[in-house]
Design a protein around this ligand. Sequence first.
Ligand SMILES: [Zn+2]
Length: 342
Amino acid sequence: MKAILFHQHGGPEVLKYTDTPEPMLRTSDVLVRVKACALNHLDLWVRRGLPNVPIPLPHIPGSDVAGEIAKIGADVTTIRVGQRVVLAPLVSCGKCPACLAGLDNHCRQATNLGYLIDGGCAEFVRAPEVNCLSYPENLNWEEAAAIPLVFQTAWHMLITRAELHPGEDILILGVGSGVGSAAIQIAKFFGARVITVAGSDEKLAKAKELGADQVINYKTQKIRDEVRRITNKRGVDIVFEHVGTATWEDSLASLAPTGRLVTCGATTGYDAKVDLRFLFIRQLSLLGSYMGTKSELHAVFKLVATGKLKPVVDHVFPLAEAAAAHAYLESSSQFGKVVLSV
Ligand SMILES: [Zn+2]
């Protein structure tokens, strides 16, 4: 089969469009003929290489897959050949106490398609039967592939970790990213007032189309001052963080008393300072979040299928041009998802 493979870590140029054997099917797996695979920042980290993460080489990246079932293993009972599916990206053991409690993102053996195992930037990908999600018939392949990882992540952050309530004020950073555009929609669906931040007026206009109530351009405005102005000096109940060092101080300073900051990433760096006096006197909560559970993803897909949550696709590249797609994602000029069509 054709696939995007890299034999060493590095820049986009290490990604090669080449022939490689089809994955071997185990009895509880399905083989999916990939139609579209969406990119995530995770793909960039995996390609560049991460300290202490031994990614098996050569490697096929790609976590977000939509496609058609080509083959099923002998023990598969709920999926048939020819069925359209979207894959949940997180592959967990299914047997440990965390998995049995439905908390598969706490499984110590959990990994993503395209992370420690081969992913979907290929004509075929192997996945466990339990990772198959109902295909939203109102979406095309590229739109369907744009949903799983970012919506699951944003849902887990806002609903499960930060326990968003109707009427709360929320500051969403990095709104041009896939996770940011998902967060706006989820926050609005749950009745929050959404303030979003981006570095271009064009991105902010698109954020408004998705439902953002207020927008801040961090290149021309100071985030914390604008938040104070918009919230009548109170600050926001929730800050949705994934930017890291570049926005950390503004994020903390934007929180109202008893506010919660929830973070799932640090695209501009990991170093962050906290004045502990500020933390305890204002009774703030700092919440980490990682991925999400399959059951959360089922909830997301129910809302996607009825049009209440919508994928935002910025650009579609053919699979063979994965290197160009990575370079484009690295430039941060996108609004929404960059997707590979297979
Ligand atoms: Zn497990």
